[in-house]
Ligand binder design. Sequence first.
Ligand code: ARG
Length: 462
Amino acid sequence: MSNKMWGGRFGDKPDPIMEDINASIDFDRHLYRQDIAASKAHAAMLAKKGIITAQDAKRIAHGLDTILSEIEAGKFSFQRALEDIHMNVESRLAALIGPAAGRLHTARSRNDQVATDFRLWLRDAIGALDGRLAAYQRALAETALKHAATVMPGFTHLQPAQPVTFGHHLLAYVEMAARDRGRFADARGRLNESPLGAGALAGTSFPLDRAMTARALGFARPMANSLDAVSDRDFVLETLSACAITAVHLSRFAEEIVIWSSPLTGLVRLSDKFTTGSSMMPQKRNPDAAELVRAKTGRVFGALTALMMVMKGLPLAYQKDMQEDKEGAIDAVGALTLSLTAMTGMVRDLEPDVARMRQAAAEGFATATDLADWLVQALKLPFREAHHVTGRIVAKAAAAGVPLEKLPLETMQAVEPRITAAVYGVLSADKSVASRKVFGGTAPRNVSAAAKRWLKRLKTKA
Ligand code: ARG
């Protein structure tokens, strides 16, 4: 038997390999809820416009509701021979309600149908990701508030640079996550238009009310060009781009957790909840969750790159190539959701070693910039000269094997005779962070104010 959905001009069955390459039901079954909602909206509109009878529309809606509960109860049998979610649902509808089912596809193509379904699916996914990002921000801001004054080394080139506070470091990721949320919100705004009614590519001769279906599905408006509506996947690319940037942010933080929890730095400790042991080496506590967050970035990028390649050479309008948009995007959204949840858990779990952080902040002459700034402010040296003088003092401290704050005054005065004992007021890590009161700086007062501001914002907007 040829396909009952489109088999009119076909005599033969497809080759089995054709089914293997053509079927998308294994992944587009994720779209069942959106597919059913869009079909219900379409049927209601067809009835309202007198294109099908109210009777038939009612039967269709009822049948679709039954299918929804069958799928949710795990009682629906998805068939690969029926290719995709659209034909699986329609075929079951025919079995349930008979000939009225055949009227549902009036003035509709799978091309506008799938574009509609996937916009709806991504819109829901963006909503869920936004919720996870907010929870992640909240965990970061709460921990930041607790550690607004916990000094740690700040790095550039992974070399000790200047002391910062742990809270300040965590709030950097809150800011990044806020921009990630902004990118998702932008993507959502642009994707929220309805392709339904574009038909296969050219629109339809039936007097559809496209605004009605758009409204029913929560879209801002119907898409203005039928060819565009069925043939672009920029909404997937844009969402995946936002996913990719978010994944990069998570991956950088995951990498820091790996570094901080290594005994080589010993800056934080993860509990047993987020570490694993080794099957051979009994002493090991491995930060596997952080490593996997770092690795999952690859999948997200893979999905974006793959779809960019799929789309770049396609003429208008729909091409079957575009079916490849879903598998990667669904996987990427799943990977990012998991990563966000794991990172939120790790943020709540990690215990900074406050004493070790303070000690590390004092290593590596991290307050050398404070000394140079003091020379500029107290002695009015030009900064370049102050930099040079400080460099010579650091060399002496290194030779003596002491931190700057322990270097005798005479040793400093041997380099610059006008230095007074007041210099010791800027040389400790705590003094250093406290002095960075400029807007956006790491001073503990700034950090706790910023953390509180974030917590308030997250409470009102969550
Ligand atoms: N499963 C298809 C997809 O995801 C649905 C659209 C099929 N359209 C077609 N003309 N064959 O793209």
